[in-house]
Design a protein around this ligand. Sequence first.
Ligand SMILES: C[S@@+](CC[C@H](N)C(=O)[O-])C[C@H]1O[C@@H](n2cnc3c(N)ncnc32)[C@H](O)[C@@H]1O
Length: 224
Amino acid sequence: MYIRASNTIYKMEFIDEKIEAYSLAHSQPESEVLKKLNRDTHAHVLMPRMLSGHMQGNLLSMLSKMIQPKQILEIGTYTGYSGICMAQGLQEGGKLHTIDINEELEKMVRSFFSDAGLTDKINYYIGNALEIIPSIKETFDLVFIDADKKNYASYYDLVFEKVRRGGYIIADNVLWSGKVLDAAEKMNADTKAIDDFNKKIHTDIRVEHMLLPVRDGLMLVRKK
Ligand SMILES: C[S@@+](CC[C@H](N)C(=O)[O-])C[C@H]1O[C@@H](n2cnc3c(N)ncnc32)[C@H](O)[C@@H]1O
């Protein structure tokens, strides 16, 4: 997917298209529920490119199955795609807590959580994540940050003490369509926020981390 901004063309996927198609053709297929969610989001919801999609969804699902979390926090539900993927790895009795400020999507999201058989495993919160996170009294094994970019660093700081030692924080869109390569004086506010966030993680001695250049870039962070 390509996005044109002034004279520069930014792309959201950094993997060669044919390689990506081959990789998807040889990966776990999208479930029927996720296929419908993907289709309905593209047909009826603004900015469908925000949805994680097949490749990133598979990766989140696989990482969650490796981590086997009891408690997951997701910041930025949107239409529920990534949440459904991560919930696949929950331990018996585990919960996904997912927050979104957009109340207009609630009906659609709840219906897809139900179609995925996950109603009992998900606590869905509508509101500003900055206000809701402190009220969730849980220790998290996995946190997925995927909401407004300007608050990434605040979300990281807010959740850090709530993540167990050896737990993981994953942040999406950390390559921001390649705009993180722009000269500092040309960066817009969101790009600067993402670049600052990446530098903050890179200098945080409390964690191990890697920036994975899949789709729009995922920062994988493990709390030591
Ligand atoms: C990129 S989308 C999330 C995509 C979703 N995780 C997925 O992969 O399918 C970002 C979401 O963050 C939500 N959001 C933005 N600011 C927020 C805030 N302050 N608190 C909670 N949610 C917020 C938006 O409403 C939007 O639905």
